[in-house]
Write a protein that binds this ligand. Structure first.
Ligand code: SF4
Length: 616
């Protein structure tokens, strides 16, 4: 079995001891890597997840690469992190890229599993087989960027790659992320808070080994072809403008969330567009290891906050910009820098601050509860101060926002829950609820909560392949197929921006076989995707998830959009119910959203059929 290292590191933080686990062929074929390995190990290691406090030593923190990491496969250098999420209370999962995954695999490891809690702050150093837990007292309180530099200096080698948490993770802010190489993040689900709860400040890795592949000549030929396709139209917008190219496209369609999802267009969209950003703010464009696309646009603020630097993608831009009524690229660049250095997810942060701004303007959140900040939409200074407080859990406002939008709205009450735009506790990303209705179904049924990355169901809406202002039973199939495919992509793990260059699932399977030598067809790899998705759902069912949780927030049903281009758009409840039924039917789940024994047995999930499955 090539591609895989065949082993993973187990770190007991309570005892300060390490041991080695094995990855065998059956694990590889059934679960592929990344998301699949995460779903398998999280399910097995937390048999009673409902009883586990996510911020206690009983939670586990699991890191996996995929079989492609460290090879020459296009855009395949990604790693993933898993735990029970402190933000959502269910399956927590995030993926990051950069160089980290490549070093990880070159060091000879497929993954790392952390258990327990260290007595005092530590970081893990992995230098090939040499593994050591080192004192991190001097790093505690430092930003992610400072931590990275200080660890490299301490280890005396720039070639270590570092993934760390900032002060937000240390304080167990529920939106805390994990950052590697300054601007790459395991962003969602508050996994940085789990790291903080374990007193684990960082992981530093250097690998000097080679990753063997099964058919090097075949792989070179196939990757050359894929790289050529990467220079074609499917990825053009990412190469030129990066993902911020979506701002004007979405604005035109009325699906750019603004003013806390009250609207789907933004009057200053031109000023914060990808086109404007490239002209006025982009200082350099960079790529993850082995990526021929290079989508990462690094901004520098010009007039306000001059010197502020951050990598700004569509999601960060839309949530910290239009969703908070901000029309200045300088302010947005600074806002992303605050989130990245102090260590919180920009999507969740922009969403929860937008919610607070709406509550403030409606008189639900008082000036005193906002710590004296004039938290109106469009007030850049207020946004930056609110973010700083959120990251540091400072004052009444910071402590409230640090809980994430679901919990914050429950704490504040007074009807503010109605404006909290989330699903299963995860803040909604930058796709409007009512003007992209297939997308909304995909977000709402996702295993991670409101998630744009688990099915790509927004694509049929944005491309005009369906009537995006209504739903019907057939949308369930679109989401179902998208989820199975994306589960494969997230297990291999390859960058989603390359998804358009693969002509079929057969090509994904071919890539897998060229790297690993394990025979796999397109049909089998999609089946593995379905297995992985069901396994993660089984974990969630054990946490109490069912049909009642697979709905978008009230705003989707109750507040028609006011924007001219999509005036009056709203989701009809009966259509949503029909689409949800259609989705469960494709999945082979019960009407209540629980996997049936028959489906789980068909996927080889025997233990899960017994523990979770219901009769058809
Ligand atoms: S397309 Fe962008 S995110 Fe994806 S691997 Fe390339 S640089 Fe990284």
């Amino acid at each position: 079995m090539k591609g895989y290292a065949g082993k993973y590191l187990i770190v007991d933080l309570s005892k300060g001891k390490t041991s080695v686990g094995r990855v065998d062929e059956s694990m590889a074929l059934n679960y592929i890597g990344g998301y699949g390995f995460g779903a398998r190990t999280l399910y097995d290691m937390l048999p009673n997840p409902a009883q586990v406090d996510p911020l206690s030593p009983e939670n586990v923190l699991i890191w996996w690469t995929g079989p492609l990491a460290g090879t020459l496969s296009s855009a395949g250098n990604k790693y993933s992190v898993f735990a029970k999420s402190p933000l959502t209370g269910i399956f927590g999962f995030g993926i990051s890229s950069g160089l980290f995954a490549s070093e990880f695999k070159s060091a000879g490891w497929d993954g790392i599993v952390f258990t327990g809690r260290a007595e005092k702050p530590v970081y893990l150093m992995v230098d090939d087989d040499n593994v050591e837990l080192r004192d991190a007292s001097q790093l505690w309180g430092r930003t992610t960027w400072e931590t990275e530099e200080m660890i490299k200096e301490e280890l005396g080698d720039e070639s270590f790659t570092v993934a760390s948490i900032g002060p937000a993770g240390e304080r167990m802010v529920k939106l805390a992320n994990i950052t590697n190489e300054r601007n790459r993040q395991v962003g969602r689900c508050g996994l940085g808070a789990v790291m903080g709860s374990k007193n684990l400040k960082a992981v530093a890795i250097r690998g000097t080994g080679d990753v063997e592949v099964a058919d090097i000549e075949g792989l070179v030929r196939f990757v050359a072809d894929l790289n050529e396709r990467c220079q074609g139209p499917a990825t053009e917008k990412y190469r030129i403008y990066g993902t911020p190219a979506n701002i004007l496209v979405h604005n035109k369609l009325g699906c750019l969330p603004s003013y806390n999802f009250q609207r789907g267009t933004f009057e200053y969209a031109e000023e914060v567009s990808g086109e404007m950003m490239l002209k006025t703010h982009v200082k350099k464009i960079i790529a993850c290891a082995g990526c021929p696309i290079a989508c990462d646009h690094v901004n520098q603020a010009r007039e306000l906050y001059s010197g502020a630097i951050s990598s700004v993608d569509y999601e960060s831009l839309a949530l910290l910009g239009p969703n908070c009524g901000i029309g200045s690229l300088d302010v947005i660049t600074k806002a992303v820098e605050i989130c990245d250095t102090l260590g919180v997810d920009t999507i969740s942060a922009g969403n929860v601050v937008g919610w607070a701004m709406e509550c403030y303007e409606k008189g639900i959140l008082s000036k005193d509860e906002a710590d004296g900040i004039d938290l109106r939409f469009g007030n850049g200074e207020a946004l930056l101060e609110a973010l700083r407080r959120l990251c540091l859990k400072e004052g009444k406002l910071g402590n409230l926002l640090a809980e994430g939008v679901r919990r914050a709205s429950q704490i504040l009450g007074r009807g503010s829950e109605r404006f909290a735009v989330h699903c299963k506790g995860l803040e909604w990303a930058a796709y409007e609820l009512r003007s992209l209705q297939t997308s909304t179904l995909g977000f709402a049924v996702s295993n991670r909560g409101a998630d744009y990355l688990r099915s790509g169901s927004y694509q049929v809406d944005v491309k005009g392949q369906v009537d995006r202002l209504r739903l019907d039973r057939s949308r369930g199939k679109i989401v179902y197929e998208g989820e199975n495919l994306y589960a494969v992509i997230d297990s291999l793990i390859i960058c989603k921006f390359t998804r358009g260059i693969f002509k079929s699932a057969d090509e994904l399977a071919r890539l897998y076989t060229l790297v690993t030598g394990l025979s796999m067809t397109g049909e089998q790899i999609i089946k593995a995707g379905e297995r992985i998705h069901n396994l993660a759902r089984c974990f969630n069912v054990k946490c109490g998830i069912s049909r009642k949780d697979d709905y978008p927030p009230p705003r989707a049903f109750e507040d028609p959009l006011p924007d001219d281009v999509v005036k009056g758009a709203v989701i009809k409840r009966e259509e949503y119910e029909e689409a949800l039924d259609g989705y469960y039917e494709c999945r082979g789940w019960s009407k209540d959203g629980i996997p049936t024994k028959r489906k789980l047995l068909e996927l080889g999930l025997v233990k899960e059929a017994e523990e979770v499955g219901v009769e058809a």
